[in-house]
Design a protein around this ligand. Structure first.
Ligand code: SAM
Length: 208
């Protein structure tokens, strides 16, 4: 049985203004960095209660929300009909499951530090994208371990931006770009948040 690590916080997840502001900043950076259009179908990996996808929804046709947590998905399900595009919710652990989708893009906020094997996840993202598709993945800069004050299944104390972009490149992504997206203010400190954008090449080049 899968443990729902967000069960105790899903119901009041959006009552933390710093969290909501952080994802709003991330969404602004994603919208600045990616040319969305209404024909697009995208995936939000680790969609949670939908803080990121609700900001992207007016600019795409469909979003498949992928999240392992039943309680977070329940919060999203309650607002799904008020959002500005079609929303599908898949309750899966994307580390253990492959989903047979070919989408135009994948967005994600504050989820990759919960993923044990980040390189393998980039390989999975690549396989889920159409040629020319994009990723826009936001997460914490390297921190001292003080960001999380409870165990929600954390595998990384943030990421070194260069190493994170390198992991995406190793999976085949091109044009990796990392920029500052937000700063999370907590009583114990301030934590930088970056956005990585990159593309699956439009055409694969095969050596003759
Ligand atoms: C910190 S929350 C971020 C939620 C949302 N993206 C936001 O920024 O508000 C991380 C989310 O990722 C989900 N998650 C973590 N690992 C996952 C996995 N392997 N597969 C699917 N979802 C996962 C958790 O259940 C949780 O909802």
């Amino acid at each position: 049985m899968t443990i729902d690590r967000f069960a105790h916080k899903a119901h009041n997840y959006e009552q933390n203004p710093d969290r909501v502001d952080n994802v709003a900043n991330i969404a602004r950076s994603v919208l600045e960095g990616i040319a969305f259009d209404r024909s697009m179908h995208i995936v939000d990996f680790g969609s949670g209660t939908g803080l990121l996808l609700e900001k992207i929804a007016p600019y795409v046709g469909k979003i498949t929300a992928v999240d392992i947590s039943r309680s977070m998905n329940l919060q999203l399900r309650e607002k799904k009909d008020r959002l500005a595009c079609d929303i599908d919710i898949l309750e899966v652990d994307l580390e253990k499951t492959s989903i047979p989708l070919q989408v135009d893009g994948i967005v994600s906020s504050m989820t990759m530090h919960h993923v044990a094997d980040v390189e393998a996840m980039f390989v999975k993202f690549y396989s889920m994208l159409k040629a020319g598709g994009f990723i826009a993945i936001s997460d914490l800069d390297t921190e001292d371990g003080s960001f999380h004050t409870e165990d929600t299944g954390v595998f990384h104390h943030g990421f070194d931006r260069g190493a994170f972009a390198e992991a995406a490149s190793k999976a085949g992504f091109q044009c990796a770009k990392v920029s500052s997206a937000s700063v999370v203010h907590k009583p114990q400190g301030d934590y930088g948040v970056f956005l990585l954008t990159a593309t699956r090449p439009a055409q694969a080049f095969i050596d003759a």
